[in-house]
Design a protein around this ligand. Structure first.
Ligand SMILES: [Zn+2]
Length: 333
C-alpha cells in the first residue's frame, strides 16, 4: 500500500485576526508551521487555500455547539474593530470574525470530507485556536471551538463514537464542558496542572451518560517527554478501549515544548513524535487510521514549526512501520 498521505490544510483567512503587537497568538504562528512543512514535504500535501463552506453553512454548524449570543458578540466586536470578547486575552481586530469563521470552516469541511471518504488524515494549520471556547464564552485566545465542531460534525454524520485527544499544555475546558454529558464524544487531555484555565483535575470524568468518557491526566510543571507521552499512551489505552472511536480528532497544541515561553514544560520534538505515534497506533486500531489534527497553542515560532513538522511526519508514517513499504505480498500468503 502507498505511503499514507496527510492533507495539510490552511487558508489565508486565518491570518486576518490581528491582536495587538506583543500578543503571543499572532498570524506568524501559522506562517511558521506552513514554512516548516513546505520544506521537503515527506508524505503530505499542502493545501494552503483549502476550501471552506459558505458563511451561512459555517454559522449553522456553529449554532450546534455555540450560543447565538457568542456568535453575535464575536461578529459585532470585530465590526467595531477593537475591544475584547469576554476576556482581556481575547482582543479583536476587524479581521477577527473572518479568521474565526475560516478556522471553524476548515475544521467543519475537513470533518465532512472525512465522513464522505474524501479525506483520511489531515493536519489543519489554523488560528485563532479553539479548545478554551465554551458554549457561550470566548477565552484563552479562543473564539469558536474548532476541534469540537469537527467532532460534532463527525459524530452526527457517522452516528458513531469519536475521540478528542488534547496534548496542548493547557486543559481544554471548553471541549470538556461541551461534551461533559455525552457518551459518544470522548475527551482525553494531558496538560500542566494546576495551571490556566484551572480545570482538568484527574477527578473530572464526565457526568450522567458521559461519565467515564472524559479522562484528564494532570502533570506537574516541568514534565518532559517520558511523563507527557507516557501519560498519553496510557490514556489512549484506557479511553480508546472504553469508547472504540470511529475517528480521532487531535487538539494539537505545541506549548508544552521546552522552548515555549508560556508552557513551563520540557517536551522536545522527539516527545511530540512519540505521542503522535501513540495516537496513530490507536487510530489504526480503532478508527481505520482516520485522524484530523487541529492546531491549538504553541508560542515560540521556531519550536512551533519544528514540533508541528515532527507531528505531521509521524502522521504521515505508514501504518505498522515495521512492514516493508511497497510490498503487501506477505499479507496475502
Ligand atoms: Zn495552550
Amino acid at each position: 500500500m502507498a505511503r499514507e498521505r496527510v492533507a495539510v490544510r490552511s487558508h489565508p483567512g486565518v491570518l486576518e485576526h490581528l491582536p495587538a503587537l506583543g500578543h503571543p497568538e499572532m498570524p506568524a504562528r501559522v506562517r511558521a508551521v506552513l514554512d516548516a512543512l513546505r520544506e521537503h514535504p515527506a508524505g503530505w500535501t499542502l493545501e494552503p487555500e483549502a476550501a471552506v463552506p459558505p458563511d451561512e453553512d459555517v454559522i449553522g454548524v456553529l449554532r450546534w455547539l455555540h450560543a447565538s449570543d457568542l456568535i453575535n458578540r464575536v461578529r459585532r466586536s470585530a465590526d467595531s474593530g477593537r475591544g475584547f470578547v469576554d476576556a482581556g486575552d481575547n482582543p479583536v481586530s476587524p479581521g477577527t470574525w473572518r479568521a474565526a469563521l475560516t478556522a471553524a470552516g476548515l475544521a467543519i469541511s475537513s470533518a465532512l470530507d472525512l465522513v464522505n471518504g474524501r479525506l483520511h488524515r489531515a493536519f489543519l494549520a489554523l488560528r485563532p485556536p479553539g479548545h478554551h471556547a465554551e458554549q457561550n464564552r470566548a477565552m484563552g485566545f479562543c473564539f469558536f471551538n474548532n476541534v469540537a465542531l469537527a467532532a460534532e460534525v463527525a459524530s452526527r454524520a457517522l452516528q458513531a463514537p469519536v475521540l478528542i485527544v488534547d496534548f496542548d499544555v493547557h486543559h481544554g475546558n471548553g471541549t470538556q464542558k461541551l461534551f461533559w454529558e455525552r457518551p459518544d464524544v470522548g475527551y482525553l487531555s494531558v496538560h500542566r496542572y494546576p495551571f490556566y484555565p484551572g480545570t482538568g483535575g484527574g477527578d473530572e470524568t464526565g457526568e450522567g451518560p458521559g461519565r467515564g468518557m472524559t479522562l484528564n491526566v494532570p502533570l506537574a510543571a516541568g514534565a518532559g517527554d517520558d511523563a507527557f507521552a507516557g501519560a498519553l499512551e496510557a490514556g489512549l489505552d484506557e479511553l480508546g478501549s472504553r469508547l472504540r472511536p470511529a475517528v480521532i480528532l487531535i487538539s494539537a497544541g505545541f506549548d508544552a515544548h521546552e522552548e515555549d515561553p508560556l508552557g513551563g514544560m520540557r517536551v522536545t520534538d522527539e516527545g511530540y513524535r512519540r505521542l503522535t505515534r501513540a495516537i496513530v497506533e490507536a487510530a489504526d486500531l480503532w478508527s481505520e487510521g482516520k485522524i484530523i489534527s487541529v492546531l491549538e497553542g504553541g508560542y515560540d515560532l521556531h519550536a512551533l514549526g519544528s514540533a508541528a513538522r515532527a507531528h505531521v511526519e509521524e502522521l504521515a508514517s505508514p501504518a505498522g512501520s515495521e512492514n516493508p513499504p511497497g510490498d503487501g505480498g506477505s499479507l496475502v500468503h
